[in-house]
Design a protein around this ligand. Sequence first.
Ligand code: ADP
Length: 314
Amino acid sequence: MQSFIEINNVSKTYGNYKALNNISIKVPRQSIYGLLGPNGAGKTTLIRMLNQITAPDEGEIIFDGEKLNRNHISHIGYLPEERGLYKTMKVGEQAIYLAQLKGVSYKDAEKRLKQWFKKFDILSWWDRKVEELSKGMQQKIQFIVTVIHNPKLLIFDEPFSGFDPINVNLLKKEILELRDKGATIIFSTHNMASVEELCDNIMLINKGQKVLEGSVYQIKQDFKDNKFEIKLRIEEQSNSQIFKFSDSQVLPEGFNIESEKTDNNGELELIVSADKDINPNILINYLSEKGTIVSYRELLPSMNDIFINQVNSL
Ligand code: ADP
């Protein structure tokens, strides 16, 4: 499938500092793409290019098959990290005004906004002044006006900052729904948990250089270190006896016990490391003869671990 956004060999220099160095990424249509990287990595510079606030020195950006141009602006919704509303203006009036700036008619704006306000449980604030609203409520309004014109591309810069966990969940749900209805979404964040939950693909960038790119699934597979957690119930052990698996059993070749502990229910939790490319079924078959396997899972590294590991190793 054709990518919705293609960034091809883009570079940008400020003074003698290369803020972006030959960056290329492909953002599939109707997917969520995470831009990750420490402060100063170049994420905002890239986002500003997509919004045509700044232009690349070299390289090009393709938007839905066309070279990025002014006509695309109305198809983009951008929620910047630093955001503000006019404090003394009424909430509903201001939201309608901002929606009209994006080409939505007064009538449509009012109708759509009221639906969103209801969904976000802020309809009763429609006629209040912005300055009376909490920060979280103002953030909700900014999110709504970003998506109100049904843009094909949504760009969110740190969308979750300033929200409490309940509203973070609400926002995540809406972001997934926007993708499912057809939008392509790019967002930059430091919140790795949200990356795991939302992103189909990511790029990790550091000091203007691409460090990692790919699907979240594939990146986790590439960085996994073949560890498994198995919970085992061993029936014949008396409750008073503390059974230690590693004292009495030797695992099949290629597997090693990293740790073990018995939980309150008498179940044994084993962390086992395996040689690369070995079939974990060998371990499962072996352990199933020793007791009942209650659970089994491969331990994959978190995006947070991968991020820290990659940024520190540079
Ligand atoms: P991030 O969003 O990942 O924190 P930025 O894209 O804001 O990173 O910045 C990347 C680098 O480019 C930083 O070192 C920053 O100081 C520099 N930079 C960004 N914009 C400008 C500008 N307008 N003039 C000079 N330097 C800039």
